[in-house]
Design a protein around this ligand. Sequence first.
Ligand code: S3P
Length: 433
Amino acid sequence: MKTSSVTLKKAGQFKGQIIPPPDKSISHRAVFFSSLAYGKSRVSNILRAGDTNSTINAFRMLGVEIKEISDDSLLIDGPGFMRLKEPQDVIDCGNSGTTARLLSGVLSGHSFFSVLTGDQSLRSRPMYRVIEPLDAMGARISARSGKRYLPMSIKGGGLKAITYKMPVASAQVKSAIILAGLFAEGDTVIEEPLKSRDHTERMLTAYGVDVDTKGLRVTVTGGSELTACDITIPGDISSAAFFIAGVLMVEGSELLIKDVGLNPTRHGFIEMIKRMGADVKVLDKKVVSGESTGSLLCKYSDKLKAIKLTKEDIPSMIDEFPILCVLAARATGVTEIRGARELRVKESDRISSIVTELRKMGAKIEEYDDGVAIEGPVALNSCNSLQSYGDHRIAMALSIAAISAEGESVIHGTDAVGISYPEFYDTLEMLTQ
Ligand code: S3P
């Protein structure tokens, strides 16, 4: 279903089971690495949504043959090391920060000229964080407003390795430098302030590249070539989080979420809701294509309690902030989320977006520069003017808030869910009928 506004009323219980959509971060990387590898890679259970389509289009423009062998599997014929072609036009990364930032690393390794742009949201997101290290490696990059924003032009090639201490924990920045490092002379060393998601490091190993990770330090050696391989993508914990929250809030609900990614650098939301007293059990843990997966059995939990999150807690639940705020409104006590300034430069300013919208629903929420404090429990009220700010995760978080509130709510800008979860409203309807 694709609409720009959706009306929702208090839902019945969540019942049954779902397999969440394929993980967005891992899907992007599968397209990146298959396109850089030599030979044919089959990517199964890949997310087909706005963001991943931006990555697929980008690599097609760079001369990679990408065949759709079913709705959710691709056959990618990688031309091999340094064999991408100069794009004939500007590459539009749409809404996808992962596409733009990881691509800037890849393109820095190639001597041709390329230009990246994106939609209005992406054009306002910080790019200097990738340009600074890529410049230092020798790429010639120009970008709008003193190298801060897209559009960005890149003339790469002749890179030298660097040792780089990252000022912010960001998997996109880390991955951009790792990718550029593959094309640089020498060993590139990256040090993070806190551990961000490690899908790049894990998946590169599957493509035959030796990535040395010691704590917060990652080292890659220039000239390492990728070999084609077959990858199966697990379900997206960040998409599943919305329904998990719905189950915890709607009395009598019980849901089994199958085949979902449980990578320790991504499962902060599960840890946090357990701390809040949620009834959630992990079952059938296994490893698929180098990533931990499993099933989650979640039940309505009437006694959620407030928790405190500090900056160390943020990276592993960075995308779950909006839905955690919704849950916090239902928990007893004051939930504090601090050290989360990064949320201000996501698809929208997620701190300001969620504070403004949850206040409309009666939440007691205070805004800090780097987070929020939410006092609960509050029974949220319905509201007919909720806004997504064009942000998929704000749209979905507000939808879950709406189905737990008395009365009818209207959320505007819900087409944004197509960025990561095109079937979100169909699944919501199916589970709560
Ligand atoms: C992502 C990393 C995170 C996350 C984003 C996807 C990735 O961004 O918020 O949704 O695929 O590497 P940052 O690297 O900016 O923290």
